[in-house]
Design a protein around this ligand. Structure first.
Ligand SMILES: [Zn+2]
Length: 115
């Protein structure tokens, strides 16, 4: 039928990739906390100021990625993927391969999101 649709094998592969990425992200998010100053005086913290700001930025990005990966896994596990989160149309295979974390179809991704 539609040769651009994701096959169960594609979804298995995607699930594996997402699981892998999730543990990688969890490790990184955990690293931010471990590398942060647990104790120390204010001079230590001031010296770490710039680095900490960057760390926070990276951690924010990692957490956002983690949220997307979690969402994908949730949808994969509940059998809702590869259906567009917005309109219910199938997310194309090409799009899934280009954007593994995409939960909407190309049309919806192009449309400005309604709040
Ligand atoms: Zn859609």
């Amino acid at each position: 039928m539609d040769d651009t649709a994701c096959t169960p094998a594609d979804l298995d592969r995607l699930h594996d990739a997402m699981t892998e990425e999730r543990s990688r992200l969890l490790e990184r998010v955990g690293d931010h906390h471990r590398s942060g100053p647990v104790s120390g005086d204010s001079a230590d913290r001031a010296e770490l100021g710039v680095e900490t700001e960057l760390d926070v930025l990276i951690e924010t990005q990692d957490r956002e990625l983690l949220r997307q990966v979690d969402f994908m896994l949730e949808r994969l596990e509940s059998g809702l993927y590869p259906v567009c989160v917005a309109c219910g149309a199938p997310v194309g295979r090409a799009r899934q391969e280009a954007f593994p974390r995409a939960t909407s179809c190309v049309d919806c991704a192009r449309r400005p999101r309604r709040s």
